[in-house]
Design a protein around this ligand. Structure first.
Ligand code: 3HC
Length: 388
């Protein structure tokens, strides 16, 4: 069975290191597209939980007639959970590292991987915010190293950002792009190795901005979330999405991005507070909202509640960071729009939504925020072309 193009001729065996939300999903879609996959984690119990999630997801796909039961069993059988790293790397053509966002941890993982991987193995990282050039320098093969950034849930989101590091060989960029296509996903090349790449440069600051709005605007979380869903056309509210992604992921991404570039996000203390108290969102049962123990849960949001709030401040920050990406040649306007559609499920072009709200209003909002809160909010020069 193959949902993508075809497995790449030189890549048969994949090892995914790290079996969390992203790792298990990447293992699953690789197996769904014909690859033999080893899923590696440091303890059996993490792998058991990952395999249960894969089984749940495959059952959902059977329920929806996307695959049949026989195919589901075959896919499941293609994924081998292994704890021993040496065994996990014996025959690997492509390593996909998906361990938590911590450079010290990644350094440890790559120094171990380097002991056992074959010379021909290509390394890739699903890092969401750490610079590919920095991680690749921790390995024996920066030329054969590429960023492949998937989106949650990897089983459903079509986007993969492909990020070359400073020393990545062009042939490896091609392999990365073709591998993504072979998974039936859409690669978007990130021309510069900037903090947050494309989508997280927009998504992470939005969570913080929504927290400022919650603090200052006297509205409830579901009112703000409903306005984001029904007026900004995101499939989830922003607090809902933060919980779904994980406050641990968002907090670590914030720290990494902010330490490298103060212009990328205006951190709100609520994120650190939730992280420090173990409220990671859906996965821990508590975050902005509280959850039961179902695999997948949604927050009820409504058009009625959306009428109670104008998300102009949240929208303005999203558009300003999108404009920054274009001004700085990280990607084109078309790529930003496509990335937001495929990576975050946004149902309309962001700059079109901006037009409906009015660019004069957006620039005024940013100017006021800049006066009160500093240069993070300074309107990007690219926006001026919209208000002219
Ligand atoms: N596998 C299979 N099925 C799944 C699934 C999975 N992993 N996850 C959810 N589903 C199923 C649900 O159970 C549901 O089934 P049901 O109809 O039987 O209840 C079905 O998919 C559809 O779910 P919804 O009714 O909730 O419908 P949506 O149309 O809203 O689709 C969604 C769900 C695709 C998750 C959509 O809400 C979405 O796109 N949300 C935004 C996700 C996003 O922004 N991701 C990126 C975050 S940033 C990131 O990942 C980067 C990182 O570096 C931080």
């Amino acid at each position: 069975m193959n949902f993508g193009v075809l497995p790449l001729p030189n890549i048969n065996n994949i090892t995914v290191v790290g079996s969390g939300i992203m790792g298990h999903g990447i293992a699953q879609i690789s197996a769904m597209n014909g690859y033999d996959v080893i899923l590696r984690d440091i303890e059996e119990r993490f792998l058991d939980s990952a395999m249960n999630k894969i089984r749940w997801s495959l059952d959902k796909l059977v329920e929806k007639n996307k695959i049949n039961k026989q195919q589901s069993d075959k896919i499941y059988g293609r994924i081998k959970p292994i704890v021993d790293l040496k065994d996990a790397l014996v025959d690997t053509d492509l390593l996909i590292e998906a361990v938590p966002e911590d450079l010290i941890l990644k350094k440890k993982v790559y120094s171990e991987v380097d002991q056992f991987a074959q010379e021909s193995t290509i390394y890739s990282s699903n890092t969401s915010t750490l610079p590919i050039s920095e991680i690749s320098q921790l390995t024996s093969r920066p030329e054969r190293f590429i960023g492949l950034h998937f989106f949650n849930p990897p089983q459903l989101m079509k986007l993969v950002e492909v990020i070359p590091g400073a020393r990545t060989d062009n042939s490896i960029v091609d392999v990365g792009i073709n591998f993504v296509k072979s998974l039936g996903k859409d690669p978007i090349l990130c021309n510069k190795d900037v903090p947050g790449f494309i989508v997280n440069r927009i998504f992470i600051p939005l969570v913080h901005e929504a927290a400022y709005c919650l603090e200052s605007d006297g509205k409830s979380m579901t009112q703000i979330d409903s306005s984001v869903k029904f007026k900004m056309f995101l499939p989830m509210g922003i607090f809902e999405l933060a919980d779904y992604t994980g406050l641990d992921v968002i907090y670590k991404a914030t720290v990494e991005m902010y330490s490298r570039d103060k212009k990328v996000v205006n951190p709100h203390p609520k994120i650190e507070e939730l992280f420090s108290s173990g409220k990671y969102g859906k996965k821990s049962g508590d975050g902005f909202y509280s959850y039961g123990d179902k695999n997948y849960e949604r927050i009820p949001l409504s058009e009625e509640e959306a009428k109670q709030y104008d998300p102009i401040r949240i929208l303005s920050v999203a558009i300003n960071n999108a404009a920054w990406l274009i001004s700085n040649n990280v990607c084109t306007k078309e790529d930003v729009e496509l990335a937001l559609k495929l990576g975050m499920g946004i149902k309309k072009d962001l700059f079109e939504i901006g037009k409906e709200f009015g660019y004069e209003k957006i620039i005024n909002t940013l100017n006021q925020l800049q006066e009160r809160n500093g240069s993070f909010y300074a309107p990007d020069p690219y926006l001026k072309s919209f208000s002219a």
